[in-house]
Write a protein that binds this ligand. Structure first.
Ligand code: TRP
Ligand code: SF4
Length: 329
């Protein structure tokens, strides 16, 4: 069985953007692949190091988000990044073979650095693609299911693996070059029309939102601003709600599109249809979520068991790598 590794930073609850970009894919893939899910708490610190209380709560939030959408704890290995010593060690080794320039020019780093401000940019932040390469390769993952914003990091991981193999592999592929596995869905924009749905941008529908919250949020989503009266013909192409229909209401979206253009549907009704679709996706998750929220000890056990398993895999990798690097006595 080939292995996949993917996961999320533990900086808050996951939203629909995560769901269509990566989580939905994970559920399908768990049956075909040996699936490793990382709760990236160390990477969370790259931007949230001053908020330790948030990180701890988020570990449970993100774990429960993953479990509630249908990842099966009996099939997958879900683990906590900070518990895996191989990841920490590999990060140090990899940091020797990655150039600072390639990190500075990483497009995702550039975008995020702008968002957080360059002045306080930490060494750890600049280097997080290196630790992500360690996340992916400590278990020799073949595939990494991610959203398109992560492509530069997977590229960086491939380069690191290649360089490592060239330097220490003696013709062997010691470290597997991982491949990104993208979802077929377009990236989900924010409710406000912003190009990205973001945890902290105030424009997200969270997987943990209840039906009422979903309804309220969709009501506030931006539409075609030129459509003021219900008799005005709309332009769905510039409407956020329509973009969501494309993703969550595939069978009806063309129809709705046309009705909008002819002004035979109003925005209130159109939004109601969307909210219903989203709630029908989230409903089954809500039941599972309720269970795990009530059984946090079980969630903790799942993470601890997964981390133990990941450590066994990681320790073996580290042994081999150190030998290849000639650092042993
Ligand atoms: N950087 C990823 C994100 O922000 C999270 C992540 C950390 C990750 N380690 C990973 C994703 C390894 C895939 C593989 O979403
Ligand atoms: Fe957007 Fe729907 Fe209103 Fe058209 S009817 S502008 S698609 S919300």
């Amino acid at each position: 069985m080939e292995r996949i590794l993917t996961g999320d930073r533990t900086t808050g609850k996951l939203h629909l953007g995560h769901y269509v970009g990566s989580l939905q894919n994970r559920v399908k893939l768990q049956n075909e692949y040996d699936t490793f899910i990382i709760l990236a708490d160390v990477q969370a610190l790259t931007t949230h190091f001053e908020r330790p209380e948030l990180i701890n709560k988020s570990i449970y939030d993100v774990a429960i988000d993953n479990l509630s959408i249908g990842l099966d704890p009996n099939k997958i290995t879900m683990f906590l990044q900070s518990k895996i010593s191989a990841i920490a060690e590999l990060t140090v080794f990899y940091s020797m073979i990655v150039s600072v320039n390639s990190l500075r020019h990483n497009p995702t780093i550039k975008t995020e650095a702008k968002q957080y401000g360059y002045d306080d940019l930490s060494y750890g932040f600049l280097g997080y693609p290196v630790s992500q390469a360690a996340d992916i390769t400590f278990c020799n993952a073949d595939l990494v299911p991610v959203g398109d914003d992560q492509i530069p990091h997977i590229e960086q991981s491939r380069k690191i693996a290649r360089r490592f193999n060239e330097s220490y592999g003696k013709g062997k592929e010691f470290i597997k070059e991982p491949k990104a596995l993208l979802s077929n869905n377009p990236r989900l924009i924010g409710l406000d029309g912003n190009s990205k749905m973001g945890k902290s941008l105030g424009n997200a529908v969270f997987l943990s939102d209840n039906a009422e919250e979903v309804n309220e949020k969709i009501k506030l989503a931006t539409t075609d601003v030129n459509r003021i009266k219900i008799t005005d013909k709309g332009n769905p192409e510039i409407c956020t709600v329509n973009k969501y229909h494309e993703v969550f209401n595939e069978s009806e979206h063309k129809n709705i599109n046309e009705m909008c253009r002819k002004a035979t549907i109003g925005c209130v009704a159109c939004k109601k249809l969307l909210a219903n679709e989203i709630n029908s996706i989230l409903n089954p998750f809500r039941e599972k979520r309720g269970y795990y929220e009530e059984h946090k000890e079980e969630v903790r056990d799942i993470i601890l068991t997964g981390s133990e398993k990941a450590n066994i895999v990681g320790n073996k990798t580290i042994e081999e790598i150190k030998k290849a690097m000639n650092i042993y006595i």
